[in-house]
Write a protein that binds this ligand. Structure first.
Ligand SMILES: NC(=O)c1ccc[n+]([C@@H]2O[C@H](COP(=O)([O-])OP(=O)(O)OC[C@H]3O[C@@H](n4cnc5c(N)ncnc54)[C@H](O)[C@@H]3O)[C@@H](O)[C@H]2O)c1
Length: 266
């Protein structure tokens, strides 16, 4: 039997076909989990294609539009999942935004509010919504997608992003401590340089700042990675599937870099 057979997982921000969330959803489904894909309403078509892809892997899949900045939408989603499946075993808080300038003095209130609302508060609200069900069923696994930028400060990353990812790790550790005795594990995965839309935006910014091409910015970044390359989203999916599995049953409160050896800076 597959390690996650009969489990029910929710993955946020999992619409984009080439995003980390979709790769996580696929890896969980490959391990046998039924997966609820959530994302913004505007990604409805992407979510539908995710459901088709996941169903093709032989699991039950469902899409629910959720803006993680809206607590009512989160609570409604969790209720819908409980009505349908009767349980929630795995929550992966992947939805995230990377906004703002690396020049600290240029950051706006909007940059700060969006970063903190999506990357921290949305994560906390989703945890709060699923924990009662996990307590009632005797356990569960929460995996928060933080960042290498949540472990240290990396050049060219906006301060609002770094601060939000440090906060995501603080939240992860607090929940790990609070709920360990109830068999609810809470861990963070900290991706380094993963080839997605968000990563492309960062490279474009660096290229513009330094008057170089995006390809040169990519080469510069790859040179800072001991393994020498930026990875596909599936490597993050593998780490999440491991942390969600019984093989990680004694792991809680960890912050797992998936970064090819890249340093988180200071
Ligand atoms: N790509 C990288 O190199 C990298 C590195 C470290 C961490 N991360 C983190 O990985 C996660 C996924 O990022 P990605 O690279 O796949 O980027 P992405 O932009 O492809 O995916 C982000 C997803 O979050 C969704 N989202 C944004 N705001 C939302 C909201 N308010 N409510 C619900 N969903 C919302 C988007 O629609 C999208 O599907 C993010 O948390 C990001 O911070 C990415």
């Amino acid at each position: 039997m597959k390690p996650l057979a009969h489990k029910v997982a929710i993955v946020t921000g999992a619409g984009h076909a080439k995003g980390i969330g979709r790769a996580i959803a696929v890896k969980l489904a490959e391990q046998g989990a039924n997966v609820v894909v959530t994302d913004l309403q505007q990604a409805a078509a992407d979510m539908d294609s995710a459901v088709t892809q996941l169903s093709g892997l032989g699991v039950d899949a469902m899409a629910v539009a959720v803006d993680v900045m809206d607590k009512t939408q989160i609570e409604n989603c969790v209720q819908r999942v409980l009505d349908h499946y009767g349980r929630i075993d795995i929550l992966v808080n992947n939805a995230g935004v990377g906004v703002g300038s690396p020049d600290f003095t240029e950051l706006t209130d909007q940059d700060w509010n969006l970063s903190l609302q999506v990357n921290v508060k949305g994560m906390a609200d989703f945890c709060q919504a699923v924990i009662p069900a996990m307590q009632a069923q005797g356990g569960g696994s929460i995996i928060n997608i933080a960042s290498l930028a949540g472990l240290g400060a990396i050049e060219a990353i906006p301060a609002c992003y770094t601060a939000s990812k440090f906060a995501a790790i603080g939240l992860t550790k607090q929940l790990a401590v609070n709920y360990a005795k109830q068999n609810i594990r809470c861990n963070a995965v900290c991706p380094g340089s993963i080839v997605t839309q968000m990563h492309k935006q960062t490279l474009e910014f660096i290229a513009a700042e330094h008057g170089i091409s995006v390809e040169e910015a990519q080469q510069h970044e790859d040179a800072s990675i001991p393994m020498g390359y930026s990875a596909e989203p599936s490597v993050v999916g593998d780490a999440v599937a491991y942390l969600a599995s019984p093989a990680a049953s004694y792991m809680t409160g960890v912050t797992m870099p998936v970064a090819g050896g890249m340093s988180p800076g200071i």
